[in-house]
Design a protein around this ligand. Sequence first.
Ligand SMILES: Nc1ncnc2c1ncn2[C@@H]1O[C@H](COP(=O)(O)OP(=O)(O)O)[C@@H](O)[C@H]1O
Ligand SMILES: O=P(O)(O)OC[C@H]1O[C@H](OP(=O)(O)OP(=O)(O)O)[C@H](O)[C@@H]1O
Length: 194
Amino acid sequence: MRGRLIYLMGPSGSGKDSLIDAARDSLLGLDCVVVRRVITRSAESVGEDAMGVTTEQFAQMRREGDFALCWRANGLDYGIPAEIDRWLSDGRHVLINGSRGHLSEAMTRFPTLLPILLTVKTDALRKRLERRGRESAEEIEARLERNALFSTDAAREDSEGIFQLDNSGELSTAVDSLLALLTREGISANADRI
Ligand SMILES: Nc1ncnc2c1ncn2[C@@H]1O[C@H](COP(=O)(O)OP(=O)(O)O)[C@@H](O)[C@H]1O
Ligand SMILES: O=P(O)(O)OC[C@H]1O[C@H](OP(=O)(O)OP(=O)(O)O)[C@H](O)[C@@H]1O
């Protein structure tokens, strides 16, 4: 049986990387691979288990078909390695840190993907971005402005079918909610692979 693609999205600073890190062992227990993204961000400032490349290297990888999905946001290019197709057809589940802006293209490519939106209250989001301290004040404002575009009434109406997890409280609460959601969706280690 094919594995399921889990598409975790949410504003920059909402805690996607923190959630993925905290749930990593449990995800492995579900035979779920956490994808290492390719990002045009310097390796020192990546802050997640990603591969940092230059814009030229990214463009070349894209031309060579190295990405199953890729998008541009926040002045950066993000790529999801093409290997995920093999993992999914081998029956492994795959979790990616995705983009809200790229969801419809991702759904076209992977119609059965499980879309999960990590939310956080706006004042907490600002504090988290400031505390993380990776971006300049200007870059933080740009991220908050981008987030506002996804928080309009029209955008909310488009969110039907998207599972929402709140991470305004303790991270452990969001981890428990994520694992409960995966269980409800029938995501478990594939018996055919054991
Ligand atoms: N539930 C939480 N409570 C408090 N701080 C959090 C929580 N989740 C994440 N953080 C902090 O918020 C900042 C942004 O989290 P991060 O995982 O980098 O977000 P993202 O990957 O979505 O950009 C980090 O400094 C992280 O430690
Ligand atoms: O379309 P959006 O939902 O706004 O997403 C745009 C990008 O921002 C997020 O990355 P990340 O949280 O790593 O942002 P960062 O690059 O600011 O860390 C997300 O994973 C996307 O790659």
